[in-house]
Design a binder for this molecule. Structure first.
Ligand code: NAP
Length: 266
């Protein structure tokens, strides 16, 4: 069976790498792509990849006029939710790779996805090493009640905290709420020095040239600590296999599911 995909953000850093890999598969085919700056062209011409013949549209609404099974969102946080809602309205399942959506956004998407009986697989990070970081951190949180997250990224990443950090905090909150010795609102000095509180966890976001993407969670106990850290290299290759797996599996889901391990046997 061939899965027909509409890819928003097909000319971007992450989307173009995914599009090139889709060109090499036989069970996934791109039927439509979205990029405002390349509308009207063939994606194959834009990416210099002759095996990709699909047209590029200026908007998601135009692209979705072409029937697809799965809509992949890889654009930017400001537009992602609207795109996903439009795709669900058209009856597509959704793989959501764009980061920066809030818990409220996910709740809204979940409502529509369940109404339409469609799946949304949202992964702030498709890399296998991040999936493992999430699993190991959940195991640590069962035994260690105090932790904080540090999220490192390049200086021009506009959203903070990263999708990876948000997702990790949301997961850990389901294991247990962290129990800081001094509650953050009793901090003496600027409250911001303790970072942002998301899903009960303190997250510190560093945005500097020289970084690509890293995520670190530190668990602290009396006289001992555990650091679990993921570092990505500079190519978008680590995200491709996970995104392809998500495309192949999302139609088995209903509602919003967070994290690739939803469809992995870990
Ligand atoms: N889940 C993961 O594993 C993973 C991995 C890497 C990145 N990401 C996330 O994916 C998102 C994209 O990252 P990136 O580095 O690929 O960004 P990027 O290089 O800036 O690419 C963005 C793409 O989206 C298109 N786009 C932007 N705004 C749009 C809009 N309003 N409507 C339609 N198309 C739009 C751009 O084309 P035009 O400008 O021509 O429209 C371009 O093709 C970010 O949120 C990033 O954090 C997630």
């Amino acid at each position: 069976m061939v899965t027909k995909v509409c890819l928003a953000g097909a000319t971007g850093w992450a989307g173009s790498e995914l599009a090139r890999s889709i060109a090499k598969t036989s069970d996934v085919v791109l039927v439509a792509a979205v990029s405002r700056q390349n509308a009207g062209r063939s994606l194959g011409d834009v990416l210099d990849e002759p095996q990709l013949a699909c047209p590029v549209y200026a908007s998601v609404d135009e692209a979705l006029a072409k029937p697809c099974d799965v809509f992949v969102e890889y654009t930017q946080p400001d537009s992602a939710k609207t795109h996903v809602l439009a795709a669900l309205e058209r009856g597509a399942h959704v793989v959501l790779g764009t980061s920066g959506l809030t818990e409220e956004d996910y709740a809204e998407l979940d409502l529509l996805a369940r109404k339409r009986q469609r799946g949304v697989l949202a992964c702030g990070n498709f890399a296998l090493t991040v999936v493992l970081l999430q699993k190991f951190a959940e195991a640590a949180a069962r035994l260690i009640p105090q932790w904080e997250i540090i999220d490192y990224a390049h200086d021009d990443k506009i959203d903070a905290p990263s999708g990876t950090a948000r997702e990790l905090a949301a997961r850990l909150s389901k294991v247990r709420p962290p129990e800081p010795t001094i509650p953050v609102d009793r901090t003496v000095g600027p409250r911001e020095a303790r970072g942002a509180t998301l899903s009960g966890t303190q997250i510190h976001s560093v945005r500097l040239p020289g970084y690509v993407i890293s995520a670190e969670v530190i668990f602290g106990m009396q006289d001992q600590k555990l650091t679990i850290r993921h570092d990505a290299g500079s190519s978008a290759r680590p995200y491709v296999d996970g995104a392809l797996l998500a495309i192949r599996k999302v139609s088995t889901l209903v509602g919003v599911h967070r994290g690739l391990d939803t469809v992995l046997d870990l």
